[in-house]
Design a protein. Sequence first.
Length: 181
Amino acid sequence: MSRKSDIGEEEPPQPEGEEPPNEEPPTAASHRSTGQERFLWRKKAFETPDHTFKGERVQPPDELPTPLQYFRRFITDEMLVAMMEQTNLYSVQTSATHKNVQTSVKELEILIGMYLRMGLCQLPGNRVYWENDTRIGMVADNMSRDRFQTLLTSLHFTDNEAPSNRQKGDKCWKIRPWLDM
């Protein structure tokens, strides 16, 4: 005897004396006794869900913000001034000759822009952006390789000299001043 599946196709006949497969999902008790789950797969017509947007239509802005305007939404002048002060302080504290890197807010903006650009065009190392064969003008034309490396190694957001016990317990204490601005 043959049966029809959900979409109307005939299933193969069962041999005599055998029960048709159980169409009910197995119970929790049967899962424990057999140790394996059994599934009965049935063919069924696919129903496409309705994905029609039901919200109100919003017109795009007439003019999109520039990359610098997006940058300014997240990085304020106050943040850059604090980063400049701490970077200059750290360079004096760690240099054997107590030499200050004497960076400026403008130079730090350029450094951050270069670093963001490097993320878009990834090369195996920072120095590769200045090499003749792999030179990326948007990076190499804005700052020398050595100055970039010096600033990157001196970049700081807080004073390392005297961290408080509260700061030591905070995993983000080195950038906390920036996060709190």
